[in-house]
Design a binder for this molecule. Sequence first.
Ligand SMILES: NC(=O)C1=CN([C@@H]2O[C@H](COP(=O)(O)OP(=O)(O)OC[C@H]3O[C@@H](n4cnc5c(N)ncnc54)[C@H](OP(=O)(O)O)[C@@H]3O)[C@@H](O)[C@H]2O)C=CC1
Ligand SMILES: CC(=O)[C@@H](O)[C@H](O)COP(=O)(O)O
Ligand SMILES: [Mn+2]
Length: 385
Amino acid sequence: MKFVSLLGATGSIGKQTLDVIASHPEQFRLSSMSVGKNIDAAEEIIREFKPEICAVQNESDAQVLRSQVETSTKIVSGMEGLIEAAVSTESSVVVNSVIGSVGLLPTLKAIEANKTIALANKETLVTAGHLVMEKAKKHNVDILPVDSEHSAIYQCLNGEDRNRVEKLILTASGGSFRDRTRDELKNVTVKDALNHPNWSMGAKITIDSATMMNKGLEVIEAHWLFSFDYSKIDVILHKESIIHSMVEFVDTSVIAHLGQPDMRVPIQYALTHPERLELVNGKRLNLWEAGKLHFQKMDYDRFRCLKLAFEAGNIGGLMPTVLNAANEKAVELFLDGKISFLDIEEMIERAMLQAENMNQPELDAIQETDKRTRYFVESLLNKGR
Ligand SMILES: NC(=O)C1=CN([C@@H]2O[C@H](COP(=O)(O)OP(=O)(O)OC[C@H]3O[C@@H](n4cnc5c(N)ncnc54)[C@H](OP(=O)(O)O)[C@@H]3O)[C@@H](O)[C@H]2O)C=CC1
Ligand SMILES: CC(=O)[C@@H](O)[C@H](O)COP(=O)(O)O
Ligand SMILES: [Mn+2]
């Protein structure tokens, strides 16, 4: 029996993780969880899974939840509560599926508590990859990727000599606007942007996918997870999302990971690694049904966010923190209807241009930069960009 702590239980990855846990009750048990603001969903999860601890974002919601549900589950709140959910039970693995850099501290604390990390929360690695990987090494803790591309690469690299790798090749669906020109992006709506062709995901990552920042964040995530230089990481457009990513070797061989676009696969693999379990109600991949698979060279002028992410990764230091925080804030403003779609990349670029950098930043500097960058992006709203 594996005891699981699940951060972000009410989200897209969180719910699919609960599906995996419920589908193999003899293998998994939920020992703690966190939610943000959706306390109605939290109540249902508590009733079904009876975790020891549930963390909610705000104390006022925690009080409501305590009064609503008669349970032995301890309801905690705030960042302290989120960390308690990550470290305080006997779980051996923490699935981190919160959205944004708020996931960084609980990840670091869970590593200190020697928990395996099943990481969906890519912003954590983008904003402070060196701190996370250093700590994981020090505590001999595995960081297992949940992100579909990274789970694919992890599996393609299995048993291979890293020195014989030519390139990691991340596939990108192209997102909601893959067939539109830059000119056609000027007036797109939030509703259009949220309509991803292949994956049903939370709002923020769906917008990231439409701007191609998702792939940019994934490039930085791959750099930290697999320790490859950015010159060895490539991105290719593949609109069907059947090939989840590939690894090319020095002898020109390419190993690819294929499957239906179903996040329960990488979630479950991260929980069972190095073993595999049947995926309950999993749809098998029949390539004759999938039909033709398409590939296209990436156009970095069309998808400027991807270019900015490569730049931030190559510059290093605090620049990926700035990229990530500016993106989080700009996406929030777009979702709130305050800026246009193309303003997202413009704001990120401006945040990067004004940023002061430093090498090997400590946690304090990262947190301060994250905060300052968000203020900067917000201030652009009032400056008549
Ligand atoms: N969805 C997907 O298929 C994939 C997602 N990922 C990554 O996984 C992560 C989660 O994505 P996804 O599940 O789509 O996101 P969702 O928006 O669907 O879920 C986010 C979760 O985080 C909680 N949350 C939000 N803000 C806070 C906060 N300030 N403090 C604590 N908890 C918070 C939400 O709580 P509540 O709803 O209760 O407010 C919810 O449980 C992201 O980093 C994403 O990039 C990676 C690959 C695929
Ligand atoms: C399911 C998953 O891992 C997402 O990150 C997905 O990759 C988004 O698709 P694109 O960013 O390729 O559109
Ligand atoms: Mn992905």
